[in-house]
Design a protein around this ligand. Structure first.
Ligand code: NG6
Ligand code: CA
Length: 504
């Protein structure tokens, strides 16, 4: 009899633990930079193999119609973290490296949702949402407000992008390894200090620019913006992913016993592409392909760490990218010459910076082995939805005032529903809207083509209407054929803009 009760108790206890765990899984958002819809093998890439990402897709759900909110980085990051479209707020375009923090500290964020539920939270990797108060960051003092004032307990970040100064890591509120006797100065308008610039000393370059990127030379690579000082703090481009991955692994290990949330924003595969020697030359596609391998490796490392700690089953991983792919983004790194038959945007038209789907439709994978069954989902979903979906998972209210552009799509994320978002907004130079299989791009005066990146930007002075189910490549503008559809979608777009304001 005794054994009977004991076994009932044990079963009950393990049921309760499992249930508690399933309510509070660890959550990792792995956010790649400029990784295209067609850049990973589970989304159709043939010339490049991404076994770890493929494994994640195999054990979880591969979304085919998931979008970043914008075709560039800063606005997409603003939206994924706040649940609000960046185009509603002025000054949320690609941020210089000395921009002030772009998110109001009173704003609800993804990190706050987890923190309020008792999670330990961390942001590791690329930030690119500004730092510091009005006037920007004090690189030599306490750098705040920043991610820590937005709900992240621990932070270890690249302030802006790999190609923007200062090329230093900010650990919590301080520049890591900064020698106070060698203070940092940053200027985005004029040269500061004596460090050579690519423009003046091209003979010192180890990687030549193809467009811009001719200001201060750091590690032989011309950057955007000028800096001087902080020599001991300068990162090593070639081992940066390795370093950030190790940091993420220690965070996971240190918090294995209680729920954690990790926002791991990889610097891959943005320019300058500087693969670790483990990957240099391995893809046969030059540095662009090599850093895809590097990204895949870092994903694998995180998965292995979870496995070895016995917490993989109860960890939810969401993997995606901040915008679509670009081949030449301003450095001569052979990306175009070696691309061969590889299609970074897969079947989609356009890429980074573009209003076509190549700009925002990106890989999006959700894995949570103990809860999510393996599969594929064609549900229309936006990264802006993660805030409300996580809130719903944790039984929290986003308090309608805050993450107002974020829809609760937790059932779609967990594979329990494939219902589309009622509409989805894409932001490039102007706005576009998708409703079911129809996509409308509002007329706008920006250039239709960018000659430096060789990207079809998709801007025209005429309205554009595409049927994505029969014409995924957005090749046939049906606007004049379906004027009522154009009217309906442009009205819907205007209504969404008017609901909470806009500046675009
Ligand atoms: C562009 C840069 C590009 C990249 C991009 C931002 C030039 C010529 N081009 O202005 O290299 O840095 O900004 O990329 O300087 S993002 O992914 O962070 O949005
Ligand atoms: Ca990006």
């Amino acid at each position: 009899m005794k054994t009977y009760y004991l076994s009932v108790l044990i079963t009950l206890a393990s049921f309760i633990t499992l249930h508690a765990q399933q309510k509070h899984p660890n959550v990792i958002v792995i956010y790649a930079d400029d990784l295209g819809y067609g850049d990973v093998s589970c989304y159709g890439a043939k010339r490049i193999k991404t076994p770890h990402i493929d494994q994640l897709a195999k054990q979880g759900i591969k979304f085919t119609n998931a979008h970043a909110t914008s075709a560039t980085c800063t606005p997409s990051r603003f939206s994924i973290l706040t649940g609000v479209y960046a185009w509603r707020k002025k000054g949320t375009g690609i941020a210089p490296g000395n921009a002030a923090l772009l998110i109001d500290t009173a704003q609800l964020t993804m990190a706050k949702i987890f923190k309020q539920t008792g999670y330990t939270t961390a942001a590791i990797g690329k930030w690119h949402l500004g730092l510091g108060g009005k006037g920007g960051p004090d690189w030599n003092g306490d750098i705040k407000p920043g991610p820590q004032e937005l709900g992240f307990d621990k932070t270890y970040i690249i302030p802006a992008t790999l190609d923007r100064v200062p090329c230093v890591i900010v650990a919590d509120h301080r520049v890591e390894n900064l020698d106070p006797k060698d203070p940092i100065t940053v200027d985005y308008y004029k040269k500061t200090g004596e460090w050579p610039a690519g423009k003046e000393n091209p003979e010192l370059l180890t990687m030549k620019s193809s467009n811009g990127h001719d200001n201060t030379l750091i590690n032989g690579i011309g950057r955007i913006g000028y800096m001087t000082g902080g020599k001991a703090a300068i990162w090593d481009d070639y081992t940066l992913t390795e370093k950030l991955t190790a940091k993420a692994e220690s965070f996971i290990t240190a918090n294995k016993a209680k729920p954690f949330f990790l926002y791991f924003a990889s610097p891959n595969i943005h320019v300058p592409r500087t693969p670790n020697k483990m990957f240099a030359g391995k893809s046969g596609m030059g540095p662009r392909g090599d850093v895809i391998l590097e990204f895949d490796w870092s994903v694998g490392r995180l998965m292995k760490t979870l496995d070895s700690l016995g917490i993989a089953n109860n960890t939810m991983i969401v993997l995606s990218s901040d915008n679509g792919p670009v081949i030449d983004d301003g450095y001569q790194d052979e990306a175009a010459a070696l691309i061969g038959t590889h299609k970074p945007a897969g079947p989609l038209r356009g890429g980074k910076y573009s209003a076509f789907d190549g700009g925002t439709r990106v890989p999006f994978i959700v894995s949570w082995p103990s809860v999510v069954k393996s599969g594929k989902s064609d549900a229309l979903i936006s990264q802006v939805d993660l805030v409300s979906s996580f809130a719903s998972l944790l039984n929290q209210k986003t308090g309608t005032i805050q993450a107002y552009d974020s829809f609760d799509m937790i059932n779609q994320l967990l594979g329990k529903s494939s219902t589309n978002r009622p509409y989805l907004i894409e932001d490039a130079d102007g706005l576009g809207i998708i409703v079911a299989n129809w996509k409308y791009i509002a007329p706008n005066n920006a250039a239709a083509y960018d000659y430096s990146t060789k990207t079809e930007l998709g801007n025209t002075k005429e309205p554009q209407l595409y049927n994505l189910s029969s014409d995924l490549e957005e090749s046939k503008n049906l606007a004049s054929q379906y004027p009522d559809k154009v009217k309906e979608l442009s009205k819907k777009l205007q209504q969404v803009k008017d609901e909470h304001g806009y500046h675009l």
